[in-house]
Design a binder for this molecule. Sequence first.
Ligand code: SF4
Length: 306
Amino acid sequence: MNQMLNEAADEVVGGMIAYKDESWHCVAGGCTECSSGCKNCWVPLYRARMCGMGITTESERLAWQGSTGAVAIERMFDKLKTWTMKPRVIVVYFLGDLFHKCVSDALIIRVFKAMQDMPMHTFLVLSRRTSRMERFLLTHPELRASHIIIGASIEEQRYVDERMPNLLRIAELGYETWVSCEPLLGPLDFSNIPMIDVDGTQYHADALTGEQWYGESRRPGMKDATDIKLSWVVTGSETVPKGSKMVARRPNIAWFRQLRDACATSDTPFFLQHINPEKDCRLDGVMHRDMRGIRPEGWWATGNRK
Ligand code: SF4
């Protein structure tokens, strides 16, 4: 059943993700649209397929319908303990949002503790609910681990301004961080993020270089030099499931070039999945598949990040 669950999920969403070795679908819960990127969400299709195949439990089916709070998918917690032979990049998880209000703090703590217990792997957590994610991680410092990488979905500039302050403060807690700019729906600029200090002072941050400064104009050195920056940027075009009635929104190639160039200038690892709904992977004839942000040198040999 575990294999069927993963295969059914990968058929709908997971197979699209070129940077992962595994998807760990450990939670069943209803999700709700909260972002322009949610318009063509694949997850309801997956849930319908899972329920149609009869490979969900009754409590999972109800949780996916939003009739109850989210529940743990127990067999996936068991499955994780069997991934002991080699280090893997594991996404957590793309069939909902771990920080949606339907997922209890207790269940999120359980997910983080399970990830902590498997330090040979790299876990990629991704959410659009960055406010709750920041509050949660601030309240639970004991859950931090260098192999758990915290990410935000960012599709348009308004979400840079809204979610990056949360993600940068999470980076201040000591986490490595990443962004998934997928589906890319507009040009993105990570170089001037409005932030507020603990004492209420406003300042600005460049999420790719780590520079921070007070006031309107960039004056590096006005605030302490920092390592508070993104470890990894992933981007890609929207795609839709084969045979569905959804219509993928086609991105402008210039948006990818802008991100690629900003990452190159700041030496931020950049991973491009595909540039159009037809899934062409090359930008100006070049594949960009930089995994340094999540697979540091030597990681494959030892599974150790530090
Ligand atoms: S947050 Fe993710 S799972 Fe939830 S509706 Fe949006 S795209 Fe779908």
